[in-house]
Design a protein. Structure first.
Lengths: 501, 98
């Protein structure tokens, strides 16, 4: 059964959306949050587990110091305050993904709180998202539902559980209610999750691959009539795990809520499941007394008390924030807004920076990556950075062009040769015989022939109509099959005819 | 008497997946009320200058270095499981999926 929806435009006319996000970030520590079992993705089931992960009686958790450090890094990067003291709590629930029957999390004392993130939308508008808290917890095991309709819990006969993921360190980042985004709410949702992913990747604390579940988003949406202060009832769409899906899920929920409110019914506070295939959500379950998690302080763990010295030490190691880096690079490189946005959207910022460091100018680096490499990568269906073009190759190619050894058209062919594994640019030029004819001998012969073939043109040039030279240059280029340096040809023709340009 | 009644006990029993008879609910309501009252006396002993604590030992920052230790084989991990399949724990389908 699919739910009624209003068009997005109509929903926006009538209602004001309020958003909220819970983003879970899996840390890339070597071991788990509370046990020394490896934190590795993709291994054989139930091989990265020990007695702590399996919740055996009498075992004791011990906190992973690196995971705490990573959490502080995330907190600092989100402009949060780092708690003077914080503790863990038990979140009690029965579900086979957690063998302990509770998740060790933080409740009333998160490690980081009261932060913000400035989110830049595509047109440059900056929107501040307030961060409520970022707290440490552990991931759960992975369930596979079998029997009945495959993969769905409804009708499943049994489930198989792999606890390799159980106990993997997580940081959950919770926003305050986000108001005032209006019709840009879906775009903001996507940009926010993208920014969080970029930050944790830049910090080096997470692999940040959404397709692997390293970054997972629960999106809260509610609507209220324009002008009303009180929030509407929200839905929470779980596990929206791609940037595109975040945008679509928020848009869909806005349209669905609007239709519910229009019909005079109350919105039900419930979890919703996102379906990528239909780009819709379906009802999960309503809030009930099963949500009484009976949090209480974890008696097996002592408080985490990050000294101010430790926090400052960590702060000193933080890399430049991605947004600031972009601002700096744009200024350094002198690209226009549009040029820079294209570079960012094409995902070649790092590559261009490396190419410039390797010795190319900013405009040459951009010309190569945007003009030559991005298109090839698209055809090969890989990221530009994975195509195998090194900064050194580009620098060598551009030097050859500048020195007049090859022209731009040849350089493109040389790049093809390099990518086909024919060797360095110099080797490809050699093997393919691509060098511009720079020996004046053969050029002069070709010029003589071209002048003889078009005596009237030669006469015009002699008479001062230098712009007519194109016809002669063209003849020479044709005769040398494009392998001549057009600039040099022009010089030689003028010399020959005794004309000064 | 502490504010814990029969309904509270029934609620807790449901959350904890414990089946309790009417008789047991009555008895537990009484016993738990006494226990809660006893614990309450702590708040009388502690003055304003004593901060609330969740741990009896004055320790903090007990950490482990991020170094890989021992793991089980899948066979060992599953050795106590009532049922398993394909190196994974096999459990009944649970419908109230989160």
């Amino acid at each position: 059964m699919s739910d009624a929806t209003l068009s997005f435009e109509e929903a926006m006319e009538k209602y004001d959306p309020v958003l909220g996000f819970e983003v879970h970030v899996e840390l890339n520590t070597k071991t788990k949050m509370f046990s020394s079992a490896p934190n590795v993705f993709g291994d054989e089931p139930n091989t990265n587990v020990n007695e702590v992960d399996l919740g055996m009686p009498g075992v004791l958790p011990v906190v992973n110091k690196t995971a705490v450090e990573s959490s502080i890094k995330i907190g600092l990067a989100l402009n949060c305050k780092i708690a003077e003291s914080c503790r863990f709590a038990r979140k009690n629930y029965f579900y086979p993904d957690t063998p302990k029957n509770f998740q060790t999390s933080q409740y009333d004392e998160p490690i980081a709180y009261d932060g913000y993130l400035d989110i830049e939308l595509e047109d440059g508008t900056v929107f501040r998202v307030e961060i409520e808290r970022a707290h440490m917890e552990e991931d759960a095991g992975k369930l596979t539902h079998l029997g009945g309709s495959a993969g769905r819990i409804q009708g499943a006969e049994y489930s198989l559980v792999d606890y390799n993921r159980a106990g993997v360190p997580l940081v959950e980042i919770v926003t305050k209610p986000i108001e005032g985004a209006g019709s840009r709410a879906p775009e903001l949702a996507k940009a926010y999750v993208a920014a969080v992913r970029e930050i944790v990747k830049n910090l080096g604390v997470s692999d940040a691959k959404m397709e692997r579940g390293n970054v997972r988003c629960d999106a809260n949406v509610s609507l209220r009539p324009h002008g009303r202060e009180r929030f509407g009832i929200r839905s929470e769409t779980k596990n929206v795990n791609s940037l595109r899906a975040v945008e679509h899920a928020v848009r869909y929920e806005i349209q669905r809520h609007a239709a519910v409110l229009d019909s005079g019914e109350p919105v039900i506070q419930e979890t919703r499941h996102w379906h990528e295939d239909t780009r819709t959500t379906t009802s999960g379950r309503a809030k009930s007394d099963a949500d009484d998690y009976r949090y209480f302080p974890e008696p097996d763990l002592v408080p985490v008390v990050p000294s101010r010295e430790w926090v400052e030490e960590i702060r000193a190691t933080l890399p430049e924030p991605p947004a600031e880096r972009r601002k700096r690079l744009k200024q350094d490189w002198g690209y226009s807004d549009l040029e820079f946005r294209d570079v960012v959207n094409a995902g070649v910022l790092d590559e261009i920076e490396e190419t410039i460091i390797a010795g190319a100018t900013a405009s040459v680096a951009r010309k190569w990556w945007m003009g030559e490499i991005v298109g090839r990568a698209k055809n090969a269906d890989v990221d530009p950075g994975q195509l195998g073009v090194t900064p050194a190759t580009i620098v060598e190619l551009s030097k050859m062009v500048e020195a007049g050894k090859i022209n731009n058209k040849m350089a493109s062919a040389v790049l093809d040769g390099v990518l086909a594994g024919e060797g360095t640019p110099a080797e490809v030029v050699e093997k393919r015989g691509l060098a511009v004819v720079s020996d004046d001998g053969p050029l002069l012969e070709a010029i003589d022939a071209a002048l003889a073939a078009q005596p009237d043109v030669a006469e015009k040039i002699r008479g001062g109509k230098v712009q007519a030279i194109g016809a002669i240059v063209g003849g020479v280029m044709k005769a040398t099959r494009g392998q001549a340096d057009a600039g040099r040809v022009r010089e030689l023709i003028l010399e020959k005819l005794g004309v000064t340009a | 008497m502490a504010a814990i009644n029969r309904d509270d006990v029934a609620h807790l029993a449901r959350l904890a997946h414990i089946e309790m008879s009417a008789e047991e609910l009555d008895r537990m309501a009484g016993e738990l009320a006494v226990i809660v009252d006893a614990v309450k006396s702590v708040s009388e002993a502690a003055g304003d200058g004593v901060p609330a604590t969740s741990h009896p030992i004055p320790l903090s920052n007990v950490f482990r270095e991020d170094e890989v230790g021992h793991t089980f084989t899948a066979e060992q991990a599953l050795s106590g499981a009532p049922d398993s399949d394909a190196d994974r724990f096999k459990v009944p389908a649970i419908l109230d999926e989160d």
